[in-house]
Design a protein around this ligand. Structure first.
Ligand code: PLP
Length: 342
């Protein structure tokens, strides 16, 4: 069982997204352990490609990333300065007056950034809070001022322009670098780019970056193969029964590895396939904690491993079958798969 990470594809995606915003510098978002791929691994590769700014969610992630990257690159913490946080040399993205005053009291003179809420109502200074403190905060010299789009994966959504107008209004006269666009925002066009872009999912081959090169291959080892006769059932609760002689493989991965139980077949009807090259092997029966079963009748020889995530079935296809988005599939990939680079 292995998760293969194609670092040249990761680097190509970074270059491609940077190339779409030529007036901006491209940071890299590596929160949630580099979207499940391994933050140190992907960040080192992206640093080789020229990335000097990295974003994580938590101070603990920043400390681990500093170990992996060494001195030099800036590491921003999106949750800002939470009470008791050990930020080390990371740069907190301060999200509220409370965080700002806490940070200045504890870390006077140290680097910080500011997040503004332009309508998403998740993190950031409200317009009124910002208006009251803007002059004082700018005088303290933030490293950047940023906001985040709620609907950037829907280019026609009116929220995009509303947030852009709000960001422009709140940053009028601000001369420090501005950052607004994640993957979706980069694809919205130059008005959204400002000085520093913050791609995450597109680096890892996920939507909405449709032109991304696939970065991941998830191969699952075959433990056992058996012939199942018509009328026999497979797996928990007998949800799948053979209608014809069927060769069934049992593979070593399950919902404990992030392969949701929603990938179970819908009775007789498979929801998703494993792949042996281009040949489809439908998953049948229930996904168990550590095991899944697939119909390998189409294979003359059953290989040692079958692929779940591969160019024939990218991460967003798996996400659709799970009823979720590529982000959740990536960040849910279990720790039992060794990460291998190719
Ligand atoms: C996660 C995140 C990003 C990266 O978003 P993608 O859609 O994965 O590119 C950028 N900025 C903020 C504030 C985020 O939370």
């Amino acid at each position: 069982m292995a998760l293969q990470i194609d670092l040249s594809a990761l680097k190509a995606n970074y270059r491609a997204l940077a190339g779409k915003a030529p007036g901006a510098r491209s940071a890299a978002v590596v929160k949630a352990d580099g979207y499940g791929l391994g933050a140190g691994l992907v960040a080192r590769a992206l640093a080789e490609e020229g990335a000097t700014d990295f974003f994580v969610a938590l101070a603990s992630e920043a400390r681990a990333l500093r170990e992996a990257l060494g001195q030099g690159p800036r590491i921003f913490v999106l949750s800002g300065h939470m009470a008791g946080a050990d930020l080390g040399d990371a740069i907190p993205v301060l999200n509220s007056p409370e965080q700002y005053f806490r940070d200045r009291a504890i870390r006077p003179g140290r680097g910080f950034a500011i997040q503004l809420d332009t309508g998403m109502n998740r993190l950031g200074f409200e317009p009124g809070e910002w208006a009251a403190l803007k002059a004082e905060i700018l005088a303290a010299g933030p490293e950047l001022v940023m906001s985040h789009l709620a609907c950037a994966d829907e280019p026609e959504h009116p929220m995009n322009r509303r947030q852009l107008a709000a960001f422009r209004a709140m940053t009028e006269g601000v001369t420090v670098p501005l950052s607004f666009a994640a993957t979706g925002g980069i694809l919205l066009g130059p008005e959204y780019h400002f000085d520093i872009t913050r791609p995450g999912v597109g680096l890892y081959g996920g939507m909405p970056f449709a032109d991304a090169r696939p970065v991941l291959r998830l191969s699952l080892p075959v433990i056992q193969v058996r012939e199942v006769a018509p009328g026999e059932t497979v797996g928990y609760s007998n949800t799948w029964a053979a209608e014809r002689p069927t060769r069934v493989a049992t593979l070593a991965a399950g919902y404990a590895d992030g392969l949701h139980r929603t990938l179970s077949s819908d009775g007789q009807r498979p929801r998703i396939d494993l792949f042996a090259g281009d040949i489809r092997c439908p998953i049948l029966g229930r996904v168990s904690m550590d095991l899944i079963t697939a119909d390998v009748s189409a294979l003359a020889d059953v290989p040692d491993e079958l692929d779940l995530i591969c160019p024939q079935q990218p991460v967003d296809a798996v996400a659709e079958a799970m009823g979720t988005i590529g982000y959740e599939v990536l960040t849910g990939l279990g720790r039992r798969y060794p990460r291998q680079t190719v």
